[in-house]
Write a protein that binds this ligand. Structure first.
Ligand code: 2AM
Ligand code: CA
Ligand code: CA
Ligand code: CA
Length: 263
């Protein structure tokens, strides 16, 4: 019962935040760079994170918040309730395209994801899951994923993988690109997770993601039978950046064993 109440509350906040984002399109954005010239943030990213935090701190005292823009709490462990929030995942798309971005939220209890949300604001599509109770796209249940093969798979992969990098050998990736049916890159980790959960793509991998990018999506993807780990095949920790792989169960092992060779 408590979980149902928390779920309704979280969905209410997300929908309200979505309305605020849609309204923001009529005013001019204030755009800044963070770590480098292409690492962008806007006043809306910050305002939406602050909107969530204001409400959560008022209504759920004792819950902690981990947010990308840094207005939440600094965490060294995941005891109790932790909200992991990315107010806008896909900020570059938000700025350049006014689409292909999402609100990403996971609610974790003692390190276990109990509620997950990805809200595609422009399509008004809310992907959600309660651990153990299946995943939904708006009010429709998302079917459990069936198995597939590498040769029939579409993989979410971002272009930074073609640049020699410190994580992974390019040879395996070149083979992967040849062996699969297709490669896609959407520019929002949260949406790519939603697409894996709904079978629009069959796997998604990234060399560096933060807890707020994946916290909501992992709960949703796992409810339909997808497997999520880092690129070493280890469980996700949700306290720091890490590599990331989510895939239909039938592809996960093959991707790790046959194509991904870490340096
Ligand atoms: P963001 O839009 O919330 O920053 C593709 O760009 C994906 O990687 C998006 O989900 C984006 O999230 C995330 N991303 C962008 N810059 C990143 C960085 N420096 N480290 C980790 N993830 C990043
Ligand atoms: Ca960012
Ligand atoms: Ca993000
Ligand atoms: Ca973000």
């Amino acid at each position: 019962m408590e979980l149902q109440k928390l779920d309704r509350y979280a969905k209410g906040l997300i929908k309200e935040a979505g309305r605020k984002i849609r309204q923001s399109f009529s005013s001019e954005l204030a755009i800044e760079s963070k770590a480098d010239a292409n690492d962008l943030v806007t006043n809306i990213d910050k305002e939406i994170e602050q909107f969530f935090i204001r409400h959560i701190r008022n209504d759920y005292q004792g819950h902690l918040i981990l947010g990308e823009e840094g207005f939440g709490d600094r965490l060294t462990k995941l005891d109790g309730y932790v909200w992991m929030l990315d107010p806008i995942d896909g900020t570059m798309n938000f700025i350049h395209q006014q689409r292909n971005f999402a609100i990403s939220l996971g609610i974790y209890k003692d390190g276990i994801g109990i509620l997950g949300y990805i809200y595609d604001v422009i399509h008004d599509e809310l992907y959600s899951a309660q651990k153990g109770h299946g995943a939904y796209l708006n009010d429709e249940p998302i079917p459990v994923l069936e198995s597939t093969t590498i040769s029939q798979a579409i993989i979410g992969l971002n272009a930074s993988w073609v640049v020699p990098n410190r994580h992974i050998e390019n040879e395996g990736l070149i083979r992967l690109v040849k062996d699969v049916r297709g490669i896609r890159s959407y520019g929002s980790a949260a949406l790519e997770l939603a697409y894996v959960a709904t079978g629009r793509i069959d796997a998604y991998m990234s060399m560096r993601l933060s807890p707020w990018d994946i916290a909501g999506g992992v709960v949703i993807a796992q409810e339909v039978g997808a497997v999520a780990t880092n690129l070493n095949g280890q469980p996700l920790k949700f306290l720091e950046q890490d590599t990331f792989l989510v895939a239909r169960k039938s592809l996960h092992d093959s991707l790790l064993n046959d194509y991904i060779t870490l340096k």
